[in-house]
Design a protein around this ligand. Structure first.
Ligand code: LLP
Length: 433
């Protein structure tokens, strides 16, 4: 870790910002042709600002790489505007709860363009999925198969399903977001024979139509070789089944801080296809994927206002902002790194070492433990953390009864408030006194 008396850092690499980022006549940050400072003045802070053109471009890249059955994993960021955008750009939507399903339907997404995930789907979730007619239900356990077979028999329908398997491959990522290894709550193990037993049981009962197989090895994966290894195991299991659909899950990593470089959708798809072809999976099989983070993460920044600066000579400087672990729990949960910049001077050298912390009542509420900002940044100024578009708003909480931020989409000099800031009334909406 960089010591607090470090000599500083260059400006945040521009490629970590949304593609439409620029500066106005005063050198202040703009996104999608909109002044970030003006957006903060209009909608308040903390504020999530998404570059809509970039969201669309990433969806199109995913479709180009994997075809039109590629799904956007809505858990990364979901509101009706986002659901509509992904559907408009040709993506299927992956929902994993009744809530995500509800939002997608509310957005007007065609149910036949939805797939339902989850390691513990309730009867209510399964029934709703059958009622609206989702494209595929990805079955995760024998208990779920039991539940779905009861519903199928009662409803006189034959649901189209995939089974989720665990290929026994450890993705190189944080343990909390690894899902492909044997010791996992997700899916049927290939190695133990559980996956083969599930296939046999589905065929024997004949109540469900097994259309394909799915695996998801984890999230924020930088090394496409991990995807290749998983695809190989998946492919060997899949080949003799004679099925037509194979989904390799999500997990493509993104660059969060200076020096990181992430693989492209194209490289991911090429690796997966290569590995599958090597084990005899031909072009007749529809290969899909379901990225979440790589679609939305780098399209957004979060804007905060600096509230206090506390200098502890010989120790460090704490710079507190008006959000924190309630709008970005990722540093606390996974030790994830972020960069920080001054909105008024995004291209300035960052000579001042600070620890950027939130407003919550615990010392763990850290956004960037070892950040650098220009010397001029003071109380009342705006700072931004790039690459906050995935698993930020979607994991936001009301800890300390902090209202969740607003979300704005920007494009071509126009802004669109897609999620309004929560109000104090919202905070007590469920409180029955
Ligand atoms: N498919 C399935 C079945 C998944 O469980 C996930 C993510 C995805 C697709 C999308 O993965 P992505 O492309 O976004 O990596 N909160 C954590 C990430 C948890 C991911 C959970 N599942 C984080 O902030 O890093």
């Amino acid at each position: 870790m960089t010591p607090p008396n470090h000599r500083g850092a260059p400006p945040v690499p521009w490629n970590l910002l949304p593609e439409s980022a620029g500066t106005d006549a005063r050198g202040s940050l703009t996104i999608g042709g909109c002044s970030v400072a003006a957006l903060a003045a209009t909608y308040g802070t903390p504020l999530f600002i998404y570059d809509e053109a970039q969201l669309r471009a990433r969806c199109r890249e995913a479709v180009e790489a994997f075809g039109d059955e590629v799904a956007y994993a809505t858990k990364a960021f979901l509101c009706t505007a986002m659901a509509r955008l992904a559907a408009e750009e040709g993506m299927v939507l992956d929902v994993s709860t009744l809530g995500e399903l509800h939002v997608a339907l509310l957005a007007g997404v065609d149910p036949s363009r939805l797939v339902l995930h989850g390691n513990n789907k309730s009867t209510a979730e399964l029934s709703r999925a059958l009622e609206v007619g989702v494209h595929r239900i990805i079955c995760d356990s024998t208990d779920e198969l039991d539940r779905l077979e009861v519903l199928a028999a009662a409803g006189g329908v034959r649901p189209k399903i995939w089974i989720r398997v665990t290929p026994g491959v450890e993705a190189h990522t944080h343990a909390y977001v690894q899902t492909g290894q044997e010791d996992s709550k997700f899916g049927f193990s290939v190695a133990s024979g559980a996956a083969a037993a599930a296939v046999e049981r589905i065929a024997a009962k004949g109540l469900l139509e097994l259309c394909g197989v799915h695996a998801h090895i984890g999230s924020q994966v930088f090394d496409v070789a991990s995807f290749g290894k998983a695809a190989e195991v998946l492919g060997r299991f899949f080949a003799p089944l004679g099925l037509g659909e194979l989904c390799v899950g999500g997990g493509l990593g993104v660059a969060y801080v200076a020096g990181e470089e992430a693989p492209s959708f194209g490289a991911w798809a090429a690796t997966v296809r290569g590995a599958l072809a090597a084990v005899g999976i031909g072009p007749e099989v529809r290969i899909s994927a379901e990225p979440g983070r790589a679609i939305v993460a780098s399209a957004a920044i979060t804007v905060y206002e600096v509230g206090t600066i506390k200098d502890l000579p010989g120790l460090r400087t704490y710079l507190s902002v008006d959000g924190g672990m309630s709008d970005n729990p990722r540093p606390v949960l996974y030790g994830s790194g972020y960069e920080a910049m001054a909105v008024a001077m995004p291209k300035a050298e960052r000579v001042r070492a600070v620890r950027i912390v939130g407003k919550h009542c615990e010392s763990g509420d850290v956004i960037v433990p070892e950040a650098f900002l220009p010397a001029e940044v003071g109380v009342g100024d705006l700072i931004a953390t790039p690459v906050t578009g995935a698993y930020g708003y979607s994991m936001a909480s009301n800890y300390n009864k902090v209202p969740r931020p607003a979300v704005v989409f920007v494009a071509d000099g126009r802004e669109r408030l897609v999620v309004r800031r929560e109000t104090l009334e919202d905070l007590v909406r469920l409180d029955l006194g």
